[in-house]
Design a protein around this ligand. Structure first.
Ligand SMILES: Cc1cc2nc3c(=O)[nH]c(=O)nc-3n(C[C@H](O)[C@H](O)[C@H](O)COP(=O)(O)OP(=O)(O)OC[C@H]3O[C@@H](n4cnc5c(N)ncnc54)[C@H](O)[C@@H]3O)c2cc1C
Length: 881
């Protein structure tokens, strides 16, 4: 419930002296907000009591919202008194004129509109300006409409009033759309009959007080009661909760849709279709629609939400994966989850596999162990977490879901992607999906659509010429997850069994004392086993046959599945306009044996997320998005080639399998998934001594942080914020200072990188990264003190005592959290990354936002200018200048 808290926020309620406005003010204060009211009349005593009872600050300003000058003066005074703070605005001031339609005058109508429509509109506008200026991350505007915008109020004269409240509802989605880019949520609320303590208003205005009203017209109360389903009218407490909800972060969970659904209205084309779709009304708008909330969709959502990009994530299932499916998380993915600070919950609960044992039976020899080896030997893989983490797919999904929910976004369940159309004459898309709960089709306007909707992807069909290419094989496998009772000795290792009678089996230890068995039902070139035959009983019987003479019983079976192996890759991963993409199983499918699918799927979307962020912010050219297909389709093809060999080796026995393992172990771990040279992976200049290679990952290394002497893993230390990193290696700091100074100076505002950095600052100010409470511990601003697009880091072998932060160029002084001392660990990071660097040399490594090396080179210390030009040249290839 902490997301309902408004502690420390500042709210403004117009018309807050009495009635509904006072109820809203009271509710906001009870939730912890400081509350200011604008009203024409002195507030009730109840308002003055709020300060004491709720322990918040309150203020009242006499303001007539229908007067431009009065409203402006009110805001000016409020800003001065509250140091420009404002997070929540509830424009509630409204009046009615109790006049028959046939007798309404121009003057009466205009004065009503000037309060209810124009006054409300400009209150919202001034509030929004103030929120943008103060950079609040919790901006929320709750426009107060009325049930009178839906129905005529039978017992009262209200023709103009009803129209004005409908205008409030009507303007809401359009304002919401425009303010979305500033992360300000805009909703409207339509109270019905509410009993309040307000006294009569002035003149012939319709009183806003039910008590006053019912004093004057006692029959009304009974009449109103008879109009409601439950025979009662609302109390102030009944409506204040809705306002608090809309004002709070709890409402951000579904903000894209609720913004519109709560208003119960739809966006309509504007004059000359300006800014709107041609293809009819839409229900909501967002930047990226993600179809599918499996590993690839959730990884994408998690990154985009963190980067501050608006996302709507649809999934046709009612809930996350509860059991089964993927369970093996590879070393590279563990590293990525650590870089995202998301690994802990999985590592806490999952099983780990460090070794693999091989067993075989022949007609002459019973089942016996023929070998055992380390799964990810250091000399072949070099991963910092050299093991597989085993946890069912739902546990992985949970990690992402928790993270996006902590940042105010949630998956739209029971929502099945149906189609996508391009907006005529514009770059936008209209995405349609079936809301399986309400049994209606809804439309969302978006800039991008990403199909993470699995092997039978529907989104794929909206990418021209993107069929799956490759073959379905005859290999079929049954999969059983459960707690096993056995005398087989290697139950807690990964085990590959090849039996002469019962086919092959793969044993995988799992969380909660479980074991997964992959049981071969038919081989690649064998006769495919009918699906109807592949029952759990049949699979168990095959498993027992293969494991003979060991006892094999199940205490329980949590999940059973079977699948036929296909090895296929989609011909394209993106449409030519670079707006529709596919990721994960939607783009590639293969056997589950080597535990690659979910891992590769997540790295697809990890690759795509930062590119969409930069392009969508206007910081990179749209062509950057074409590197997604170039890079990830290459990995998908590498995967299929590996998988075909792996399945064959499985069938051939231990020697072939062990060789296949050794040959491909870097790739299996994920560490060996490498990109060819291209825009983002600049070929090395010659001669280069660097060990790191463009297109490959950073190598794990331990260094010591200068600022607090903490030993850290350099590849994990800088959190993933969608920014590049520039690692400067200066073995001898003093000798390298001229190099560092020239380089940093040249990359300042005058360079193209510097200019984009300035744009990036504005962009992130207007559209900040998605925040969660946990970020308070991460202190992200430590990693972007120079620019939002690039983090500077220095690695030196000079001792801490040899220099002060103040000795460094300004950019590195600001980057004090990323100054590293290299020397505590062997081999040194400098050696691991750059191999040999002489005393008069410096190394420069550009690392992309996904942790891949973009460019690397070593320079003489007098070559600072050349190095700066080289760095700037790398970024000129895709950033917008
Ligand atoms: C038995 C088995 C074991 C496996 N073991 C491993 C392993 O150990 N390691 C590994 O890395 N991989 C493994 N895999 C593969 C892995 O499960 C997949 O590669 C992975 O789930 C792909 O993730 P994804 O997000 O691309 O697709 P999915 O996980 O298939 O998710 C797609 C999502 O999209 C939703 N969806 C589909 N159509 C629509 C639509 N029209 N509208 C809205 N939503 C839609 C689906 O309901 C689903 O939630 C295994 C697979 C199987 C079958």
């Amino acid at each position: 419930m902490s997301r309902f808290s408004l502690q420390g926020r500042t709210a403004l309620v117009t018309g807050g002296a009495r009635g509904c406005g006072l109820a809203f003010a009271q509710g906001l204060a009870e939730a912890g907000a400081n509350v200011t009211i604008f009203d024409m009349v002195e507030p009730e005593a109840q308002f003055h009591a709020i300060e004491k009872t709720c322990g918040v600050r309150t203020a009242y300003y006499k303001v007539d919202v229908s007067s431009e000058s009065s409203l402006a003066a009110g805001f000016q005074q409020f800003q001065a008194d509250f140091n420009n703070a404002l997070d929540i605005c509830v424009p509630c001031a409204g009046i009615n004129r109790h006049l028959p339609f046939l007798e309404f005058t121009y003057e009466a109508h205009q004065s009503l509109l000037s309060v209810n429509v124009v006054g409300l509109y400009f209150t919202a506008q001034l509030a929004a300006r103030q929120m943008i200026a103060n950079g609040t991350k919790h901006g929320s505007i709750v426009l107060v409409a009325s049930m009178a915008s839906h129905i005529a109020v039978r017992s009262q004269l209200c023709s103009a009033y009803c129209g004005s409240k409908a205008a409030v509802r009507g303007m809401c989605p359009a304002i919401a759309k425009e303010l979305a880019e500033y992360n300000i949520r805009v909703n409207s609320i339509s109270p019905g009959y509410v009993r309040t303590e307000m006294t009569a208003s002035v003149g012939d205005w319709f009183p806003r007080s039910t008590s006053a009203l019912t004093d004057q017209f006692p029959h009304l109360l009974e009449g109103w009661k008879s109009e409601t389903m439950n025979g009662r009218i609302a109390e102030p407490e009944d409506i204040m909760g809705a306002c608090v909800f809309l004002a709070s972060d709890a409402n951000q969970m579904k903000r894209k849709l609720e913004k519109v659904e709560l208003n119960d209205s739809i966006m309509a084309p504007g004059a000359d279709h300006e800014g709107f779709v041609d293809d009819g009304a839409v229900d909501a708008s967002t930047t990226v629609v993600i179809a599918g909330a499996g590993p690839s969709g959730l990884m994408l959502a998690c990154n985009l939400v963190r980067f501050g990009i608006d996302v709507t994530i649809l999934d046709d299932r009612p809930d996350k994966t509860s059991t089964g499916k993927a369970d093996g998380i590879q070393p590279k993915t563990i590293e990525t989850l650590k870089q995202l600070r998301l690994a802990d919950p999985l590592l806490r609960h999952a099983a780990r596999v460090y070794d693999i044992a091989f067993w075989e039976s022949t007609p002459d020899q019973p089942l016996r162990r023929t070998g055992r080896q380390t799964h990810y030997p250091d000399h072949l893989v070099g991963a910092s977490d050299p093991y597989i983490v085993l946890a069912h797919q739902g546990m992985l999904e949970d990690v992402f879901i928790d993270d996006i929910e902590s940042r105010g976004v949630s998956v739209l369940r029971n929502s099945s992607f149906v189609s996508c159309a391009r907006v005529s004459g514009g770059r936008g898309l209209v995405v349609s999906y079936d809301d399986l709960d309400s049994k209606s089709t809804k439309k969302i306007r978006a800039d991008y659509l990403v199909g993470c909707d699995g092997a039978r992807s529907m989104v794929r069909t909206f990418i021209p010429d993107a069929p799956l290419e490759g073959e379905m094989t005859n290999a079929s496998w049954g999969v059983l997850d459960g707690v096993i009772d056995t005398d087989f000795p290697d139950l807690w290792s990964k085990v590959a069994v090849r039996s002469h009678e019962g086919g092959s089996i793969l044993w995988i230890p799992r969380e909660r004392n479980m074991t997964r068995l992959y049981v071969e039902l038919s081989a690649t070139d064998g006769e495919r086993v009918e699906k109807s035959k592949a029952t759990p009983e049949y699979v168990i019987q095959r498993a027992r046959q293969a494991m003979h003479p060991f006892r094999l019983e199940w205490k329980n079976i949590e999940w059973f599945g079977n699948y036929v192996v296909g090895q296929r890759v989609a011909k394209h991963f993106a449409d030519p306009a670079l707006q529709v993409f596919i990721a994960g199983d939607a783009g590639h499918c293969h056997s589950a044996l080597a535990a690659q699918g979910a891992n590769t799927s997540m790295h697809d979307s990890f690759n795509l997320a930062w590119k969409i962020n930069l392009v969508s912010r206007g910081l990179a050219s749209p062509a950057l998005l074409s590197t997604y297909e170039e890079e990830r389709r290459k990995i998908a093809r590498d995967l299929i080639n590996f998988d075909a060999g792996h399945c064959q080796a499985f069938a051939q026995g231990e020697a072939a399998l062990a060789k296949n393992f050794n040959d491909n172990i870097r790739f299996i771990s994920g560490v060996g998934a490498e990109y060819s040279s291209g825009t983002l992976t600049m070929s090395s200049l010659e001669p280069s001594t660097a060990t790191l290679r463009p297109g490959a990952l950073m190598l794990p290394a331990r260094v010591t942080r200068y600022i607090d002497a903490n030993p850290v893993d350099i590849q994990l230390d800088i959190p993933m914020l969608g920014q590049f990193r520039l690692y400067l290696f200066a073995p001898d700091l003093k000798a390298s200072l001229p190099f560092l100074s020239t380089l940093c100076q040249q990359l300042d505002a005058a360079s193209s990188l510097g200019r984009v950095a300035l744009q990036a600052d504005t962009s992130y100010q207007n559209k900040p990264r998605g925040q969660s409470e946990a970020d308070a511990f991460a202190q992200h601003q430590r990693y972007t003190p120079v620019s939002q697009i690039l983090t500077y880091a220095l690695v030196t072998q000079s001792p801490q005592s040899a220099f002060e932060v103040a000795d460094l160029p300004e950019a590195l002084q600001k980057s004090r959290w990323t100054l590293y001392l290299d020397g505590g660990d062997t081999p040194h990071c400098t050696v691991k990354w750059m191999d040999r660097l002489g005393e008069n040399e410096a190394g420069v490594v550009i690392v992309r936002p996904d942790g891949y090396v973009g460019a690397v080179h070593n320079w003489g210390v007098e070559e600072g200018q050349g190095a700066a030009k080289w760095v700037d040249g790398y970024f000129k290839g895709f950033l917008v200048d």
